[in-house]
Ligand binder design. Structure first.
Ligand code: E4P
Length: 229
């Protein structure tokens, strides 16, 4: 299971990298808009920071021709760009051309099992079911993830499933249990997955007890624990 961040915030990306927890990045036009930074500058910085891992950047055209033209421009930005296409008739038509050019794709805005199956059959590199947005609207996003895993395994699709639009740690763990290849999440969810107040309070207990240990003041001076000292 790989963890991607769904953000364009440089500090968040640096922190996840520092934790050794970043295997890729996804963005969308709303995420990019939040940065309020010139598109070329932010896209270049994101690709450099996340390299060699993939960075999904989304096209903003409605027709296949426009998507193809934008995808070609985006793919020249960096070796690790993955082009995000909407999962609709125009997006699939664009995918059909781009895959022949060796451009990697992430078929996004997936709200049904059938959309994901078609995108994988058509040769998408990744598919992104929007689990959180489905669950927000009362649909069974987790059941959909399970169905997708069954179908993808049965047909040995090489397309990877990115469980996207993750709202909280419970949802993240549920899509793990379902077997999603990748989870993309906001930094806040990643942080919540890591932090636990019991870890903090029990760490305090250990450190308080350490104060009672004889020889504690010299224990960690360089060389003090070497044999024969
Ligand atoms: C996926 O690639 C999308 O960017 C994303 O996960 C959307 O999530 P949201 O529902 O939190 O906007």
């Amino acid at each position: 299971m790989k963890i991607f961040l769904d953000t364009a915030n440089i500090d968040e990306i640096k922190t996840a990298k520092k934790w050794g927890l970043l295997s890729g990045l996804t963005t969308n036009p709303s995420i990019i808009a939040k940065t309020n930074i010139d598109f070329k500058s932010i896209a270049t910085e994101l690709c450099e920071l996340v390299s060699p891992f993939p960075v999904s950047l989304e096209v903003v055209a409605r027709d296949a021709e426009g998507m193809i033209a934008q995808a070609r421009v985006l793919s020249k930005l960096s070796h690790n760009v993955v082009v995000k296409l909407p999962t609709n008739p125009e997006g699939l038509a664009a995918l059909n051309v781009l895959k022949e050019e060796g451009i990697e794709t992430n078929l996004t805005l997936i709200f049904s099992t059938s959309q994901a199956v078609l995108a994988a059959s058509a040769g998408a590199t990744y598919v992104s079911p929007f689990i959180g947005r489905l669950e927000d609207r009362g649909y069974d996003g987790l059941g959909m993830t399970r169905d997708l895993m069954t179908i993808f395994e049965k047909y040995k699709f090489t397309t990877e499933i990115i469980a996207a639009s993750i709202r909280d740690p419970h949802q993240a763990i549920d899509v793990c249990k379902a077997g999603a290849h990748i989870i993309t999440m906001p930094f806040a969810v990643l942080e919540k997955m890591l932090l636990n107040t019991m870890t903090d309070t029990d760490l305090d207990r250990f450190l308080n007890d350490w104060e009672k240990v004889p020889g504690k003041d010299v224990a960690f001076i360089e060389g003090s624990l070497d044999a024969g000292v």
